[in-house]
Design a protein around this ligand. Structure first.
Ligand code: NI
Length: 191
């Protein structure tokens, strides 16, 4: 297994739709192992393939309470229920969090790494992660879901454990207007 370099905004691959996987090849197994290792190394709860530079429809998710990573190939969300407002971050947008609207509950399906159909009923953080990672495969970032365009804030690098659900009292402005404008761009390119 190898840790892969993360793609960071404004890398255009993050705005590109990933392609459906038609063959569960050994190279895909290696990619999945590398994505899991990279997710652990980056201390994230999920990684989608475009974030490591590969335009294939696969992501991995592992919540703090999960013993094993979940792998979903060609994922789809089949049902969304309710909405909630929650803070969110992304390994490809380091140093920021924003307030977004997400579903309360989702149902998802896809293939596991052996090609077997899996169905997931999720709520809370798992539902949020499924929506976030599927978005990546469609070239969408959480900044496209900000409740208000200025509801994104810089994390205090000195704060060891940022309070994930409380925006700071005085959110720092993003480093340039162009950066925020890029983040909010919604055009999606085909590969
Ligand atoms: Ni992300």
């Amino acid at each position: 297994m190898a840790r892969l370099p993360m793609r960071i905004v404004p890398d255009p691959i993050l705005r590109t739709r990933a392609k459906r996987i038609s063959n569960i090849a050994p190279s895909l197994q290696r990619l999945i192992d590398d994505m899991v290792e990279t997710m652990y190394a980056e201390d994230g709860v999920g990684i989608a393939a475009n974030q490591v530079g590969v335009l294939q429809r696969v992501f991995v998710i592992q919540l703090p309470e999960d013993e094993e990573p979940r792998v979903l190939i060609n994922p789809e969300i089949t049902r969304r229920e309710g909405t909630r407002e929650i803070s969110e971050g992304c390994l490809s947008i380091p140093g920021y969090r924003g307030m977004v609207t997400r579903s309360e509950k989702v149902r998802a399906k896809g293939l596991d790494r052996n090609g077997k159909l899996v169905r997931i009923k999720a709520e809370g953080l798992l539902a949020q992660a499924l929506e976030h990672e599927l978005d990546h495969l469609n070239g969408t970032l959480y900044v496209d879901h900000l409740i208000e365009k200025d509801q994104i804030w810089k994390l205090d690098p000195h704060e060891e454990e940022p309070d994930e659900d409380e925006p700071s009292e005085n959110p720092a402005p993003p480093h340039s207007p162009g950066y925020l404008q890029y983040l909010r761009r919604t055009a999606i390119a085909e590969p």
